[in-house]
Design a protein around this ligand. Structure first.
Ligand SMILES: Cc1cc2nc3c(=O)[nH]c(=O)nc-3n(C[C@H](O)[C@H](O)[C@H](O)COP(=O)(O)O)c2cc1C
Length: 166
């Protein structure tokens, strides 16, 4: 699968099959995040990989009861230290999306999770108080392939030469 195919095939997956992800596959996903660009190359993100079923269930609860999260093979939680630069959230977004696309290439589905209770996620994973949880990323084998969600047209999103000009 090339980058174009990974981008086009990706959808948010909200139901996963039971599946043991290989450690080599996890390492490829980790490397995708490590290779992401970041402002001043600060690499401000830390990631916690969760494989234990108990913690996955606790995380699902901490993500406002989004129970499907617990059925993923792994859950990756991204945290940043916002005091390092004004770009840390953006840096995290890039790193997370690189993991999403690498997972897609390995034929795993995923779903960005932003709706979460900071304090509860921190408590489950023993995350220091000064760090911010940016996203939770369940990754697993797709059980239900959803319909593609609608997108705006090129004309709505892109302008040429000046704002508002198609
Ligand atoms: C920053 C961010 C936060 C999101 N948070 C959630 C979430 O908490 N729960 C969820 O089910 N989907 C979440 N999503 C997934 C979006 O709903 C999804 O990307 C969007 O509806 C488009 O669908 P698609 O990903 O299938 O193309 C989030 C996506 C992003 C980028």
């Amino acid at each position: 699968m090339n980058v174009e195919e990974a981008i086009k095939n990706r959808k948010s997956i909200r139901k996963f099959k039971e599946h043991n992800i290989k450690s080599e596959e996890i390492q490829k996903i980790m490397d995708a995040a490590i290779l992401a660009p970041s402002a001043k190359n600060l690499q401000p993100c830390k990631f916690i990989i969760v494989e234990s079923q108990k913690k996955k269930e606790e995380l699902a609860k901490a993500c406002l009861g989004q129970d499907f999260i617990a059925s993923a093979s792994i859950i990756i939680v991204c945290v940043i230290n916002e005091s390092l630069s004004k770009w840390t959230t953006l840096d995290a977004g890039i790193a997370i999306q690189q993991m999403v696309l690498q997972a897609q290439e390995l034929e795993y589905g995923s779903c960005w999770i932003g709706a979460l209770n900071q304090e509860e996620v921190k408590q489950v994973l023993n995350i220091p108080a000064h760090l911010k949880v940016v996203a939770v990323l369940p990754i697993g084998k797709t059980a239900i392939e959803p319909e593609r969600r609608p997108r705006k047209s090129r004309e709505e999103v892109f302008f040429f030469e000046e704002f508002g000009k198609n």
